[in-house]
Write a protein that binds this ligand. Structure first.
Ligand SMILES: NC(=O)c1ccc[n+]([C@@H]2O[C@H](COP(=O)([O-])OP(=O)(O)OC[C@H]3O[C@@H](n4cnc5c(N)ncnc54)[C@H](OP(=O)(O)O)[C@@H]3O)[C@@H](O)[C@H]2O)c1
Length: 255
């Protein structure tokens, strides 16, 4: 059953073949949006597209590795041809590359691998989508961040986050937080709202090799905060980092 409020709107979700991203795509499509489901692997993307289409949702697979500019350009071209504008961009694709690697063992290759996807991929997709987002009456960008990127938590020796020692992941999400704020400030006058989302600790494959808790929240629960940010009207926030560990969208995470 779809909700009419967002019918006619168009969304792009990166890394949407599984985990939180797949649930975000599902929820936005259930609101009546046409959702482009980005996946870097064609087989995994088509499987997700089929499963969501079987629920009666308008979900369209696009092959989108966020590190491949030609795929980003082709995605934007297709959305422009089919929909002419973009209302929601969810930069969800993300990786942890350093499970089991102690901080002194982290190399610049680990850093590059994390930044390529979590940071440069997000900027590349956002930059390419901006012309289409500007055509929306109320464009929304949601960046999937993490409290592991919070400088407030990292600088508090009594906070558990400060003991995690995830150099590539924490620094890439901290960079993503700054990127969120700079875009929010630059795009405020254009009416495009840019926010970061904390989904909470969610049991997905991202955390499979975590030596800490894998998380108890489901991907459906993890999708709640980014979906709420993606659905907010012009009265909604911009330049905010929303979502408590148990998914309260009203709460902000300290930068
Ligand atoms: N799980 C948590 O507790 C948690 C907490 C805070 C923030 N987050 C953030 O939430 C987002 C989603 O994570 P998740 O937990 O749902 O993890 P997940 O189940 O591992 O899903 C990650 C998604 O990103 C995709 N991806 C990886 N590299 C990509 C690339 N180069 N181009 C395009 N897609 C790529 C993966 O595709 P493949 O299937 O092809 O690998 C997958 O679809 C991430 O940004 C993560 O940092 C998660």
């Amino acid at each position: 059953m779809t909700n009419e409020r967002h019918r006619g709107e168009t969304a792009l979700v990166t890394g949407a073949n599984k985990g939180i991203g797949r649930q975000i795509a599902r929820r936005l499509a259930a609101e009546g949006m046409t959702v482009y489901l980005g996946a870097r692997d064609e087989g995994r993307g088509r499987e997700a597209e089929r499963a969501l289409a079987d629920e009666g949702l308008d979900v369209r697979f696009v092959q989108l590795d966020v590190t491949v500019q030609a795929q980003i350009d082709a995605t934007v071209k297709r959305i422009e041809a089919e929909r002419n504008r973009l209302d929601v961009l969810v930069n969800n694709a993300g990786v942890v590359v350093e499970w089991g690697v102690a901080v002194p063992e982290v190399t610049v290759e680990h850093m590059r691998a994390a930044f390529d996807i979590n940071v440069f991929g997000t900027v590349a997709v956002t930059q390419a989508c901006l012309p289409l987002l500007r055509r929306s009456p109320a464009g929304r960008v949601v960046n999937m961040s993490s409290p592991l990127g919070s400088l407030t938590f990292l600088s508090d020796p009594n906070h558990p986050i400060s003991t995690r020692g995830l150099l590539p992941y924490s620094s890439s999400k901290a960079a993503l937080n700054a990127i969120t704020l700079v875009y929010a400030n630059a795009l405020r006058e254009a009416g495009i709202r840019v926010n970061a989302a904390n989904p909470g600790l969610v049991a997905t494959s991202l955390n499979d090799r975590s030596p800490f808790s894998r998380g108890s929240r489901t991907p459906e629960e993890g999708a709640e905060v980014p979906v709420q940010l993606a659905l907010m009207g012009p009265e909604g926030p911009t330049g905010d980092f929303r979502g408590s560990m148990d998914g309260a969208v009203e709460e902000s995470v300290p930068w």
